[in-house]
Structure formats: structure tokens, C-alpha cells
Design a protein around this ligand. Structure first.
Ligand code: KIV
Length: 276
């Protein structure tokens, strides 16, 4: 539980480098944000919403408008966690000016405190351009779901020297350019640990290393509400899908047997006579 009374800021997150691990979870909706807010430092409105809530096969199909809608809900329902919203595929890669226009829309329309974008060395100029203009940038290196087609699918990264060095260069480039924190995804443990040691900003791991400065997971994965596939790095802390199925089964039985609604759930109804 975090014991703060106000919303965490970008400098608060930066100051956590090397300290108590930073807790980050995804949230796409108000009810989820409300539950998570007091337990996490960072709420990420991830473009994983495409797969988790909309049943898409990749994150590529989600629009800026949809991300903004989810961002608004999460900001409204939270008080203390810093909220970062993912920039969707195609909204920032074209030019740094386009990236700024879309980042500014996300920030002004949702009220979030930061945006997240994927990429390393090739995004250096964009990260610098945004950071210099008041847009806090949360970076994302290693496995980058928006580049899954060029990377050859969802697979772990950093296994060979060439890829390991590239990830180190990517993290260094965007940290130098002004990213206030960086997600490292699906990266072999020793490389994620090296990135954490060598980069001056907090490194938040997902499928990476316990030596990162913090951890992030997709909330629906950890509570057992997303079953399409289960990456190796997901730890299930609950099985809410099973609980939901049980509740819905009971409801459907009650409706079919006319046991719901009962007097307690009706307006002006006579108490039901219990026979026998
Ligand atoms: O979109 C997302 O949820 C993410 C996290 C998995 C880091 O980028």
C-alpha cells in the first residue's frame, strides 16, 4: 500500500532509482484503476488493451481515440498513482512533430502525467523533442510488441551479443534523450540486470529481471482474466475467470428457476411465501 496523499510525479518516480522496487500495473478502466491505485506507483494504460479487452491478435490495431478514452477513465478513477498512456502504433513513428501533436492530445485530453512509446536509438530524437517540450516519456525497449513482425513474433530478446548490445544502446540512448523511466520487456535476465545497472533512470521489468528497479504486469494476466495465452513471465495471483464463471452459472440457474429477482431485489414486491 502506498501511504501518500497526492499523485506521484515524474521526479518522484525518478527518485526511486535503486531504491524500493517500483510497482506498476496496467489499467484500462475506471473500476480496475480504482482498485489498483493505492497499491501501485504507476498505472499504465497499455496498448495491450487491444488484445486484452478487444480480443485483437496484436497491439497494432488500437486507435489514438480508443487509448484516449481509456486514459480518461483511468485518470478519473485514480488519485495517487502516476498515470502513463501508451502511444499507439503509427501515432509517433512518422516524425517527431507528429509524435508531439499526438502526445499533446493524449496528455491534454486524458489529464495523464506521461506517455509511453516503444523504441531505442531510432527514437532518440523524438524522445528528446517531446521531453524538451514538457511531455514526460516512459520508454520501452527489449521486446517491443509494436515491432513484433520485424522481430519475428513474441520471443525473448538479448540472447546473443548483437541483440544484448543493441538493447543496452537503446536504453542508454533514450535515457540520455530524456526518458524518465524505461520498460524492458521479454529480455534475458543478465541483459536486463546490466541495463538496470548502467542506465541512470528507473528500469521497469516485464519478463526481465528481479534486479530491475521495478516490475510491471498486465493486470488481467495476474488476476487470471486473460486466457488467450499465458507468457512464461506471468505469475497468476488469482483465477478471476473461474470465479466469474461460477457467479454467472449461479445467476443463470436462479433466473431459469425464477429464484431471481426475489423480494429483496424488487421494488414494492410482496415477500415471497416460502412453502413447506
Ligand atoms: O501495453 C502494455 O501493457 C505494456 C506493458 C506490458 C509494459 O506495454
Amino acid at each position: 500500500m502506498n501511504n501518500i496523499e497526492r499523485r506521484l510525479t515524474v521526479p518522484d518516480i525518478q527518485a526511486k532509482k535503486g531504491g524500493e522496487p517500483i510497482v506498476c500495473l496496467t489499467a484500462y478502466t475506471a473500476p480496475t484503476a480504482e482498485v489498483l491505485d493505492r497499491y501501485v506507483d504507476l498505472l499504465l494504460v497499455g496498448d495491450s488493451v487491444a488484445m486484452v479487452l478487444y480480443g485483437m491478435e496484436t497491439t497494432l490495431g488500437i486507435s489514438l481515440e480508443t487509448m484516449i478514452g481509456h486514459g480518461k477513465a483511468v485518470v478519473r478513477a485514480s488519485n495517487t498513482a502516476l498515470v502513463a498512456v501508451d502511444m499507439p502504433f503509427g501515432s509517433y513513428q512518422g516524425s517527431k512533430e507528429e509524435a508531439f501533436r499526438n502526445a499533446a492530445r493524449i496528455m491534454s485530453e486524458t489529464g495523464c502525467q506521461a506517455i509511453k512509446l516503444e523504441g531505442g536509438v531510432e527514437m532518440e530524437d523524438t524522445v528528446h523533442f517531446l521531453s524538451e517540450r514538457g511531455v514526460p516519456v516512459f520508454g520501452h525497449v527489449g521486446l517491443r510488441p509494436q515491432s513484433l513482425h520485424t522481430a519475428g513474433g513474441f520471443r525473448s530478446h538479448g540472447k546473443d551479443h548483437r541483440e544484448a548490445d543493441q538493447i543496452l544502446r537503446d536504453a542508454e540512448a533514450i535515457a540520455q534523450a530524456g526518458a524518465f523511466a524505461i520498460v524492458i520487456e521479454g529480455t534475458v535476465e543478465p541483459v536486463a540486470a546490466r541495463v538496470t545497472e548502467n542506465t541512470p533512470v528507473p528500469i521497469i521489468g516485464i519478463g526481465a529481471s528481479p534486479r530491475c528497479d521495478g516490475q510491471v504486469l498486465v493486470t488481467e494476466d495476474l488476476v487470471g482474466m486473460f486466457n488467450t495465452f499465458r507468457p512464461k513471465f506471468v505469475k497468476r495471483y488469482a483465477e478471476l475467470n473461474g470465479e466469474m464463471a461460477k457467479a454467472v452459472e449461479k445467476f443463470s440457474r436462479d433466473v431459469r428457476q425464477r429464484r431471481f429477482p426475489d423480494a429483496e431485489h424488487c421494488f414494492g414486491a410482496e415477500p415471497r411465501k416460502v412453502s413447506g
